[in-house]
Design a protein around this ligand. Structure first.
Ligand code: UDP
Ligand code: MN
Length: 351
């Protein structure tokens, strides 16, 4: 019986796949193969991979897939942010391994920051026009980048993410996700893939076109660098893990932007059954505190539906740093949450 071990996936299955999966299936739909892109007109990209105690083989596959399948013309750099890992292989041996690979820089955080500040640090160091954020257990598919960049070229106020194919956490088989999903959530604020409503899908001229998405996954997404900072980057007072993708999507939609799935871009991600690493405190309260920050900043009266899903112990949040996020909402002249629900996520049941 395979075990999930430290990483919350089967480490030996991952090792057996090796550092690069040559035979990664190409799951793009037919229409995608007919598209052509003028690479010289697309944004140059900085890729930001963050990790805390990631397994060697998943991390190396993430890097090698990117190096192999990203047109060099579009790649400024791969910034690898080590969020204060403690595993020995991720130290000197990793530096040695990476030193002969092109356009890679590793940034070591001295103290554990959590994924939100780790990504922010990468973004601050990045020099490209476009930021692409990736988890350290993803594998990009053939032709993954140009369709994302093309969409940002058409409209710089769009955050785009690929169709995420699930890599099985036990067998490491690469499965195909459907083409008509988008990102949703329930009132307890956990991300959930859902079928996009027919009315939304039917508005598109063909199935290769972007699918608007109420929220997105954090494990793979691209946004123009300047637009990322103009719209408030991340809430860096969120800790370790949880909710930053929902906060980001609310903010972009409510403040004049969009979030879309791009079906012709496909990336695999290991969806883990639980989070493997330690938190810097009680994980439930840390996650809850992140979510309260979203509710208080963005959800107006609808926050009561979120609070109704929570256990009675409500964590205290820092009001001063919360006010900074509310100021961003004010400054960007953002719409209210009722507008978001009506226009972006009409299928969300209101209790
Ligand atoms: N991560 C990090 N610091 C943390 C927690 C997570 O750098 O304190 C990284 C982690 O290694 C991964 C990414 O953030 O590359 C997202 O975390 P994870 O994959 O555990 O979240 P999931 O995809 O399961 O929601
Ligand atoms: Mn992940």
């Amino acid at each position: 019986m395979p075990t999930t071990g430290y990483h919350s996936f089967n480490h030996s299955s991952s090792d057996l796949v090796g550092n690069f999966r040559h035979e990664l299936p190409d799951f793009r739909m037919e229409g995608c193969h007919k598209k052509t892109y003028d690479l010289t007109t697309l944004g140059k990209t900085s890729i930001i991979i963050i990790f805390h105690n990631e397994a060697r083989s998943t991390l190396l596959r993430t890097i090698h897939a990117l190096l192999e399948r990203t047109p060099i013309l579009l790649l400024v750099e791969i910034l690898i942010v080590d969020d204060a890992s403690t595993h020995a292989w991720l130290k000197e041996p990793l530096d040695k391994y990476l030193q002969h690979l092109p356009r890679i820089r590793i940034i070591r955080l001295k103290q554990r920051q959590g994924l939100i500040r780790a990504r922010t640090r990468g973004a601050e160091e990045a020099k490209g026009d476009i930021l692409y954020f990736a988890d350290a257990h993803t594998e990009v598919g053939e032709g993954w980048l140009p369709p994302l960049l093309q969409r940002i070229k058409e409209n710089r106020k769009v955050l785009v993410f690929p169709e995420m194919d699930p890599i099985q956490h036990q067998s490491f088989e690469y499965w195909r996700a459907g083409d008509e999903y988008h990102g949703a959530f329930y009132w307890h604020m956990e991300f959930k893939y859902k079928f996009a409503p027919k009315e939304i899908l039917n508005r598109r001229s063909d199935p290769t076109q972007p699918v608007p998405s109420p929220v997105m996954v954090g494990c793979a997404h691209a946004i123009e660098r300047e637009y990322f900072f103009e719209t408030g980057a991340y809430d860096t007072d969120m800790e370790i893990w949880g909710g930053e993708n929902i906060e980001h999507a609310f903010r972009l939609w409510m403040c004049g932007g969009r979030v879309e799935v791009i079906p012709c871009s496909r990336v695999g991600h290991v969806f883990k059954p639980r989070l493997p690493y330690s938190f810097t405190g009680d994980s439930a309260s840390i996650i809850q505190r992140n979510l309260i920050r979203i509710a208080e900043t963005w959800m107006d009266d609808y926050k009561k539906f979120f609070y109704a899903t929570q256990p009675s112990t409500i964590s205290a949040v820092d009001l001063e740093s919360l006010q900074k996020r509310k100021n961003i909402r004010e400054k960007l002249n953002c719409k209210d949450f009722a507008w978001y629900l009506k226009n972006v996520f009409p299928e969300m049941p209101i209790p």
